[in-house]
Write a protein that binds this ligand. Structure first.
Ligand SMILES: O=C[C@H](O)COP(=O)(O)O
Length: 247
């Protein structure tokens, strides 16, 4: 069973209407490998603006949403609101949400479940800190994070897993292709053992953490790396080269 390569650009809290126009222009100019699914994670305030302008071949994603449909949750947005403006994707559980905003495994799993039930597709992020890696806890940490999600959801069809070691995010320290492959392989085996073989074979596991046009090709050669979640480099013209890493 082949898995279609998937590359997401997470703009994080960056940009403006002008910058969004430039980034979209760059993507439209491409050319982008037609065998790749491309997603851009856009600040909530620009979702509508970007969705109106983006070619329909590019998925536009929110970078977060809450676990219920509506109510007294000041500052939050719900999956049904995202659907209402034509957004079909959301990034959940990013390490910046986990670390800066103290989101727990349980809250993230609840958000993933509600987003899926509301008809969104989800990029679910997991990954260990440097301290955890140095303590030899990488496997246990990612297993705990993915188990929390597994315990809440019953359908993996619309889930992409992003493995993002926290020590590699925004630091310029990319995991080596072997380091990333090792964890992706562990995750795929975990899915085979704890969910089923089909989910293990079909679920995209993408890598994030200082991916650039210089390192993407080597990473893309690894058999369990099905794409990337890109931060900093998604704000630059080189994002096109990362999308085209397999060409
Ligand atoms: O969501 C993307 C990741 O946090 C990676 O960010 P980065 O490419 O700037 O390291």
């Amino acid at each position: 069973m082949s898995r279609k390569f998937f590359v997401g650009g997470n703009w994080k809290m960056n940009g403006s209407k002008k910058v969004a126009d430039e980034l979209l222009g760059n993507l439209v100019k491409g050319p982008l490998d037609p065998n790749v699914e491309v997603l851009i994670g856009v600040p909530a305030i620009y979702l509508d603006f970007v969705k109106e302008k983006a070619p329909c071949s590019i998925y536009v994603a929110a970078q977060n949403c809450y676990k219920t449909e509506k109510g007294a949750f000041t500052g939050e947005i719900s999956p049904s609101m995202l659907k209402d403006i034509g957004i079909d994707w959301v990034i959940l559980g990013h390490s910046e949400r986990r670390q800066i905003f103290q989101e727990s495994d349980t809250l993230i799993a609840e958000k993933v479940n509600h987003a899926l039930e509301s008809g969104l597709s989800v990029v679910a992020c997991i990954g260990e800190t440097l301290e955890e890696r140095e303590a030899g806890q990488t496997e246990a940490v990612v297993a705990k994070q993915i188990k929390a999600i597994k315990d809440k959801i019953c359908n993996w069809q619309n889930v992409v897993i992003a493995y993002e070691p926290v020590w590699a995010i925004g630091t310029g320290k990319t995991a080596s292709p072997q380091q990333a492959q090792d964890v992706h392989k562990i995750l795929r085996k975990w899915l085979a053992d704890e969910v089923n073989e089909t989910v293990a074979k079909t679920t995209r596991i993408i890598y994030g953490g200082s991916v650039t046009s210089s390192n993407c090709r080597e990473l893309a050669k690894e058999c369990d790396i099905d794409g990337f979640l890109v931060g900093g480099a998604s704000l630059k013209p080189e994002f096109v080269e990362i999308v085209n890493a397999n060409q």
